[in-house]
Ligand binder design. Structure first.
Ligand SMILES: [Zn+2]
Length: 283
């Protein structure tokens, strides 16, 4: 499931490719991903609009467009859900089986594909207003982070998945950040010491920044379906596993801890897997 780094890498990749491109036609195959925008509104709003920018907020993509005839700017919100992919396909190529939406850009198409249709491509941007600070921005401050944690008795691993606390962290980077900060995933959020909160904030920033840097170096070929280099779960199928090597605990149950060689343990928290070292992450 794509988290902040994967979405950031995708945004950086797509931004120059779609800039200045105008949508000629809209093909909606799965109206579910547009919700709550009615398909009729989607089809009426987008043709003639030109892409002017692409940014990321948390795990969301925000496509900025200029409507034809100088109408007000449009924002199109994308979320990849569990299995979504957004890529440019050349004109004339058959669309993938699970294409939910295809935006015709003339010589190419912007394709949103999702085998499970949990993602979104919608004109409703309200989800973004509920997000906490961007972890890599200056607005992610230790004091406000500490205050938010003080109000929660949830296990810290579970609390980190709350997008209102800090935006963009999912199951993989929550485990990775707690390992780096040497904090037990089961510790209640309101029990973290000041020093632990500081360490955790820095660890979150470090794991996300490293993942973006690493993902940016992965060869990407997003039109090429399964072989694309966008590194979901740390690695594209069939790609060299140098990215996966960077994940220190996630997906490494029973493998030796990179610090102390004790076997990595997997537990279930809020129905999601958590990976950690019971020796390094005692407190
Ligand atoms: Zn260890």
């Amino acid at each position: 499931m794509p988290e902040l780094p994967e979405v950031e890498v995708l945004a950086r990749h797509l931004r120059p490719l779609i800039h200045g491109k105008t949508i000629c036609a809209v093909n909606v195959r799965r109206a579910k991903v547009l919700r709550p925008t009615p398909p009729r509104t989607f089809r009426r709003t987008l043709p003639g609009a030109t892409f002017t920018g692409l940014s990321r907020r948390g795990k969301y993509l925000l496509f900025q467009l200029r409507a034809k005839a100088n109408r007000k700017p449009i924002t199109l919100l994308g979320h990849l859900g569990m299995t979504g992919r957004i890529f440019l396909a050349q004109k004339g190529r058959p669309l993938p089986k699970h294409t939910a939406v295809a935006l015709d850009l003339g010589a190419s198409k912007l394709v949103y594909e999702d085998t499970r249709y949990f993602g979104r491509l919608t004109l409703d941007t309200s989800a973004v207003t509920r997000l906490g600070p961007e972890p890599l921005d200056d607005e992610f401050k230790a004091e406000t982070f500490a205050q938010s944690l003080k109000r929660s008795r949830q296990a810290i691993k579970v609390k980190l998945l709350d997008q209102g606390l800090v935006a963009g962290i999912g199951n993989i980077y929550a485990s990775e950040a707690l390992f780096r900060a040497r904090i037990s995933p089961e510790l209640a959020a309101n029990k973290l010491t000041v020093a632990q909160v500081r360490r955790l904030r820095l660890a979150i920033r470090a794991v996300l920044a490293e993942a973006i840097e690493c993902g940016s170096t992965v060869p990407s070929n997003p039109g090429g379906h399964k072989s694309d280099g966008l590194f979901y779960f740390g690695r594209a199928p069939g790609a060299p596993d140098f990215y996966e090597e960077r994940l220190r605990v996630y997906g490494r149950e029973e493998q030796p801890c990179p610090n102390c060689r004790h076997p990595i343990k997997r537990i279930t928290q809020a129905a999601r897997g958590t990976f950690y070292c019971p020796r390094c992450q005692r407190a």
